[in-house]
Design a binder for this molecule. Structure first.
Ligand SMILES: Nc1ncnc2c1ncn2[C@@H]1O[C@H](COP(=O)(O)OP(=O)(O)OP(=O)(O)O)[C@@H](O)[C@H]1O
Length: 238
C-alpha cells in the first residue's frame, strides 16, 4: 500500500453535550508528516479519537484518500487504511511480544512480523517476554509495531514519547522518520515534546480550545515568539 492523503473539513466533535472541536479543517498530503500541537486540554487527543471513530462527531467530514470515514465504525476505518496508536499504550499484558504482534497481522502471513523486528530490534530481543514485563518504551514500540503491521496508509500517533527517557525517544523518532521516508504512510503526530515533533514534521497545526489557531511550516514557528508563548505555553524553541 502507498500513503494516502487525509482531509478534515469543518469537523466538530465532543463528549455528550460538551463540544470540544469546532470547525477544524486541515489537509495532509500523501506521504507527508503533520505535527498537531497545543497546550494540555486543547483537543489534540479528541481530534485523533474522532478521526478514528472513537468520539462523537457532530459535523464535518474526514476523507482518507477517496473514502469518507465520518459515518464508518472504527473497524471499517482501520480497514480503509487508518492506523491509530492511542496515548494509552494498547498491548495485551498477558500475551508475549510475539503473540501481541500476531494480533496486529490480521490476514497477513506470519513472516511479516520480521518487518516489526526490523523496525524495532529491541522487540525481537524481547519476543518471548510478556507485555507486562516490558518497559514503557518497549510497550510504545509494541503498540506502534502492532498497528503498523496492519499496513495503514495514514497513521495517527498520539504522544508516543510520553514518559520515555531521551535515548528511547530518539530511537522511536528515528523509527518514525524511517517509516515516513519509506513513503508508505502519511503520519500525524501529537506530541508535547515540541522540538521533536517540529524536527519530524513538514507541516504543523496548533489547536487552541478545539480550533486550529495556527498552521504553517515548522521553520516559520521559530520566528513567531508570540505564537509559541501564547499557543504552546513555552518560552522558546531550540
Ligand atoms: N471522555 C471525556 N469526557 C468529557 N470530556 C472530555 C473527555 N475527554 C476529554 N475531555 C475534555 O475535552 C477537552 C480536550 O481534551 P483532549 O484530551 O482532547 O486534549 P489534549 O489537547 O489531547 O490534552 P493533553 O495534551 O493533556 O493530552 C478537555 O477539556 C477535556 O477535559
Amino acid at each position: 500500500m502507498t500513503a494516502a492523503p487525509l482531509e478534515v473539513t469543518d469537523l466538530s466533535a465532543g463528549y455528550g453535550p460538551t463540544r470540544v472541536l469546532e470547525g477544524v479543517s486541515f489537509s495532509v498530503a500523501a506521504g507527508s508528516r503533520l505535527a498537531v500541537l497545543g497546550r494540555n486540554g486543547m483537543g489534540k487527543t479528541t481530534l485523533f479519537a474522532t478521526i478514528a471513530g472513537q468520539t462523537k462527531r457532530y459535523g464535518g467530514t474526514i476523507r482518507l484518500g477517496d473514502k469518507e470515514l465520518g459515518n464508518m465504525e472504527s473497524a471499517s476505518r482501520a480497514r480503509s487504511g487508518l492506523g491509530y496508536v492511542p496515548q494509552a499504550r494498547c498491548i495485551f499484558p498477558s500475551l508475549t511480544v510475539e503473540e501481541n504482534l500476531f494480533v496486529g497481522l490480521k490476514d497477513r502471513d506470519r513472516s511479516a512480523i520480521e518487518e516489526a523486528y526490523d523496525m524495532f530490534p529491541r522487540l525481537k530481543e524481547r519476543r518471548k517476554n510478556l507485555g507486562s514485563q516490558l518497559s514503557g518504551g518497549e510497550q510504545q514500540m509494541l503498540s506502534t509495531a502492532r498497528t503498523i503491521l496492519g499496513k495503514p496508509t495514514v497513521l495517527l500517533l498520539d504522544e508516543p514519547l510520553e514518559g520515555l527517557a531521551p535515548v528511547i525517544c530518539e530511537e522511536l523518532m528515528a523509527a518514525f522518520s524511517k517509516l515516513a521516508a519509506a513513503g508508505d504512510m502519511t503520519i500525524l503526530l501529537v506530541e508535547q515534546r515540541i522540538q521533536s515533533a517540529l524536527d519530524f514534521a513538514d507541516h504543523a497545526i496548533i489547536l487552541e480550545r478545539g480550533r486550529v489557531a495556527w498552521s504553517g511550516a515548522p521553520a516559520d514557528l521559530s520566528g513567531q515568539q508570540d505564537v509559541v508563548e501564547k499557543l504552546l505555553g513555552v518560552g522558546g524553541l531550540h
